[in-house]
Design a protein around this ligand. Structure first.
Ligand SMILES: NC(=O)c1ccc[n+]([C@@H]2O[C@H](COP(=O)([O-])OP(=O)(O)OC[C@H]3O[C@@H](n4cnc5c(N)ncnc54)[C@H](O)[C@@H]3O)[C@@H](O)[C@H]2O)c1
Length: 247
């Protein structure tokens, strides 16, 4: 029970990796305010997990979403110890076809909500000596083909995470990035749409398998949410079976 007495906000917490994170955080003893656009999935997970998890249906693209989410977490559980910026929506496209709509989809679902939530949760995180965990991607680090807008948003998230680590470290707030590789519906779709890229991505994984959300990815995120990682900030951690080695 590494997260007893901790309160977490998890974005995109009703689907994919986020669903596994919400479940794992509750199992680790946390109380979780999880948000998503997917109302049905969110409500069913809320019923499954009971009073330790509260679902808020909201579109993170709305500028007022961040303050609404912070206020809902404080109203439900009284404090914010952990902010997990996991949500993302993006559409692959060759760089020559990246247009405003393509950029807006990913920046409005990932980068901007990440920045805004970090800003509005800053004071509560300072009180709690809290931890921010942002999600980026090996696709950004490697510059994968067809991932121009996604790579831009994800690398921007890594940039502000390092700035937060430097600016807010003296106040006791940590900020780290996780780059996962896990089997989700989106990854299944990508594997079918881009079979050669998917085969290559798996071929460079020394552990020779794609990660499982609950047993491979969630334990790493729980670690960064917990006091066990209290001397780690400003880092990007690959939870990808070793496909990319950060230097
Ligand atoms: N799955 C992987 O292997 C992989 C690899 C690299 C990076 N990532 C990153 O990990 C994170 C989770 O990925 P995933 O595969 O679980 O994605 P996913 O698409 O399966 O789930 C994303 C969740 O975010 C929600 N969401 C999207 N836009 C939203 C919005 N505007 N408002 C509220 N909720 C919104 C979706 O409804 C969904 O529940 C993402 O940041 C992704 O970029 C995943």
């Amino acid at each position: 029970m590494q997260l007893v007495n901790k309160v977490a906000i998890i974005t995109g917490g009703a689907g994919g990796i986020g669903r596994g994170l919400t479940t794992a955080f509750v199992k680790a003893g946390a109380k979780v305010l999880f948000v998503d656009v997917s109302a049905e999935a969110g409500r069913s997970l809320e019923r499954e997990l009971g009073p330790a998890a509260q679902f808020l249906e909201i579109d993170l693209a709305l500028p007022e979403a961040a303050a609404t989410i912070r206020d809902a977490a404080l109203k439900a559980y009284g404090r914010i110890d952990v902010l997990v910026n996991n949500a993302n929506a993006s559409t692959p496209a060759p760089l020559l076809q990246v247009d405003d709509a393509n950029l807006e989809q990913v920046f409005h679902s990932s980068f901007l909500p990440t920045l805004r939530l970090m800003q509005v949760c800053h004071d509560a995180l300072a009180v709690a000596q809290g931890s921010i965990i942002n999600f980026a991607s090996g696709a950004g680090l490697s510059g994968d083909p067809n991932q121009g807008s996604y790579a831009a948003a994800k690398e921007a998230i890594r940039g502000i995470t390092r700035v937060a680590a430097n600016e807010w470290g003296p106040e006791g707030i940590r900020a780290n990035v996780i780059c996962p590789f896990a089997l989700t519906d989106g990854v299944r779709w990508w594997s079918e749409a881009y079979p050669e890229q998917a085969a290559h991505a798996l071929s460079i994984v020394p552990l020779r398998r794609i990660g499982d959300i609950e047993t491979d990815i969630a334990p790493a995120v729980v670690f960064f949410a917990s006091d066990a990682s209290r001397y780690i900030t400003g880092q990007t951690i690959m939870v990808d079976g070793g496909g990319i080695k950060m230097r």
